[in-house]
Design a protein around this ligand. Structure first.
Ligand SMILES: [Zn+2]
Ligand SMILES: [Zn+2]
Length: 130
């Protein structure tokens, strides 16, 4: 387990308890009572949580989610984001990473990270959930 500062722990807990992705300002709002006042404190904590794999940033939503997986090396996190109920389902795919890393390499592009987001309707919202 990674050693977290108090702020990082608070932010992580807020993400874990949330029903869906949270923006930095939503997190700030939740943690005001705990003495966190500056957006920078939140961003710093989020940065660290993402770095150690305990949270992910959803780029298109500019929001963060807690991650409870243990990511395999070489796996990439894929997010299926429901536009109706806001549900975010995370799963992993190794082939996507391999393929895109190869493509990036062909272009001599040095990739920092890769986020894959699928946008649409979850099974409950598209009627196939039963
Ligand atoms: Zn994850
Ligand atoms: Zn949905």
């Amino acid at each position: 387990m990674t050693d977290l500062t108090r702020n990082q722990e608070l932010v992580h807990k807020a993400l874990e308890q949330a029903d869906g992705p949270l923006s930095a300002y939503a997190i700030l709002d939740l943690l005001k009572g705990d003495g966190l006042r500056a957006p920078l404190q939140i961003y710093r904590a989020l940065e660290k949580l993402v770095e150690c794999g305990m949270a992910h940033r959803l780029e298109s939503l500019n929001a963060w989610v807690a991650c409870s997986h243990r990511h395999r090396p070489g796996g990439v996190a894929v997010f299926a984001i429901c536009r109706d109920c806001g549900d975010v389902d995370e799963f992993q795919d190794g082939e996507v990473l391999e393929r895109l890393t190869g493509r990036a390499g062909e272009r001599r592009f040095a990739m920092d990270h890769l986020t894959v987001e699928l946008h649409g309707l979850c099974k409950d919202c598209n009627g196939t959930g039963g």
